[in-house]
Design a protein around this ligand. Structure first.
Ligand code: UD1
Ligand code: CA
Length: 475
């Protein structure tokens, strides 16, 4: 049980993020395959709140639709000018007025924030009956944060922003995360009482704490265990550091679920990836998007799989795959490029230096070496010879090739689509297939071999080639 009262979540995402030096809004920058605000919204959604209000302002034409795509039920509150966090929450409450239950306030740029932390905060707040419960963190360098000021009895009396803090207050290492649980009735009345008489001239949400204390209401704090959860990324270096920390959490999580990760430092796993127990991940692997890997599969080394499904016991070596499906027990790689629409059947093989696209390769079928397979269907048990090109593009349109079951095609073939090679058919080495080959037939297009004796001596006299040829015929 997360919240006994009606829960409203306000996510602040109107600020500029100038230090990112980016055309992309700060909260849309991604770690672990998801925008920063996407991580926050995922944590929020797990609380099943009654409503979520996201405050948008700066670049709201990009942030707003992104939020809606992730959480269609979220209310977007527009904050035209960003006059401070207190002003932002006032904008949220005027877009979605609430005066009962609990209001949880969070920021859109803290990708490591966990839903369990939010639910602990809400539960602690609701059990205590306080006006405000602040999520705080104890840090070694508190620079930039609001400091938590406590009275002699240890009770929180105020949050003082760094710019407004005394020398002594600046030494406080317990800081404000910017995440709070408020009693909705208190917050709704308090936002209108917050002024901007401070060093920044902003309306500080943090002033609500002193207002509550002044009203004789109780204020409390919950100290977060892992301060990384409350860290925001303000520049690219912090983004990379948070990305690394999140990846460590994800990789550790999968190892605890029974996945072998040989080198966690060079293994990158996105938040939405799913792995079965007894998957092995070798060094230098990126598993991205909605990739799913079944039990006993071995991935790597040095492979990137995006939105790809890997079946039980498959092996994928030095491969770049995007929107591909690899069947159980299949083998892929090394140096293999699987493009969207590749579907490899169980126990099939796509070998070294092979590129595939929009290709269904049947159970036990093999494309072992140096080939391009585009817009094709290959039946079960068929073997495609080394160096085969499925010529799918006539310069204007793409065409389809079908190769039947248990066919055997020769090396260095070109299949000029549209063309069909029947079940059990064969083709000779170097064949260019321009017409359909019936089931069971052998198609050969290379002409008879012509041998002109003594050509090197006659046409290349005095060269090393001719010398070698003459030495051989003397023997
Ligand atoms: C704020 C807190 C500070 C806390 C810190 C934690 C205040 C006054 N200070 O400071 O105590 O330690 O967060 O990171 O609240 N935003 C809006 N509209 C605005 C202003 C901000 O939506 O008008 C959003 C920003 O996009 C951002 C968040 O609110 O996500 C925090 O704003 P920011 O200006 O970065 O606050 P800090 O100065 O860091
Ligand atoms: Ca900040």
């Amino acid at each position: 049980m997360t919240s006994q009262n009606e829960l409203t979540v306000v996510v602040l995402a109107a600020g500029g993020g100038t230090r990112m030096k980016s055309r992309t809004p700060k909260v849309l920058h991604a770690v672990a395959g998801r925008s920063m605000i996407g991580h926050v919204l995922a944590a929020v959604r797990a609380l099943s709140p009654a409503r979520v209000v996201t405050v948008v302002g700066h670049q709201r034409e990009l942030v707003g639709p992104h939020v809606t795509s992730l959480l269609p039920e979220a209310v977007l509150a527009v904050q035209e000018e960003q006059l401070g966090t207190g002003h932002a929450v006032a904008a949220a409450l005027s877009a979605a007025p609430v005066d009962t239950g609990t209001v949880l306030v969070a920021y859109g740029d803290t990708p490591l924030l966990q839903s369990s932390t939010l639910s602990s905060l809400v539960a602690d707040h609701e059990a205590s009956g306080r006006a405000v419960t602040i999520l705080t963190g104890v840090v070694t360098t508190p620079r930039g944060y609001g400091r938590i000021v406590r009275g002699v009895a240890g009770d929180v009396t105020a949050i003082v922003e760094e710019k407004d803090a005394s020398e002594e207050q600046r030494g406080i290492t317990e800081v404000n995360s910017g995440i709070y649980a408020f009693s909705a009735s208190f917050l709704a009345a308090a936002v209108g009482r917050i002024g901007n008489d401070n060093a920044s001239g902003e309306f500080y949400l943090t002033d609500a704490v002193a207002l509550a204390v002044g009203d004789g209401l109780t204020v409390g704090a919950l100290v977060v265990e892992d301060v990384a959860e409350i860290e925001g990324a303000n520049d690219r270096a912090q983004l990379a550091a948070l990305g690394r920390a999140l990846n460590t959490r994800i990789v550790d999580g999968w190892m605890r679920e029974g996945v072998t990760v040989v080198d966690p430092l060079t293994t990158w796993i996105d938040a939405e990836v799913e792995l079965a127990p007894d998957v092995t991940v070798l060094p230098g692997v990126q598993l991205q998007g909605a990739t799913r890997v079944e039990a006993d599969a071995v991935i790597g080394p040095d492979s990137t799989l995006k939105d790809t499904e890997v079946g039980e016991g498959a092996s994928v070596v030095r491969t770049h795959a995007n929107l591909a499906v690899i069947g159980a027990g299949a083998e892929v790689g090394p140096f293999t490029y699987l493009r969207p629409g590749t579907v490899l059947g169980a126990r099939g093989k796509i070998g070294g230096f092979v590129e595939t696209k929009n290709a269904t390769i049947g159970e036990g079928a093999k494309v072992p070496h140096l080939s391009y397979v585009g817009d094709a269907e290959i039946g079960e048990g068929t073997n495609i010879g080394a160096g085969t090109i499925f010529a799918n593009y006539d310069g204007v349109e793409k065409h389809h090739t079908v190769v039947g079951r248990h066919a055997r095609t020769g090396s260095n073939n070109t299949f000029v689509a549209p063309v069909t090679i029947g079940d059990g058919a064969s083709t000779g080495g170097g064949t260019v297939v321009r017409e359909d080959v019936p089931p069971g037939a052998l198609a050969v297009s290379a002409g008879p071999l012509r041998v002109i004796e003594g050509w090197a001596s006659a046409k290349r006299p005095g060269t090393k080639q001719a010398d070698a040829a003459e030495a051989a015929s003397d023997r």
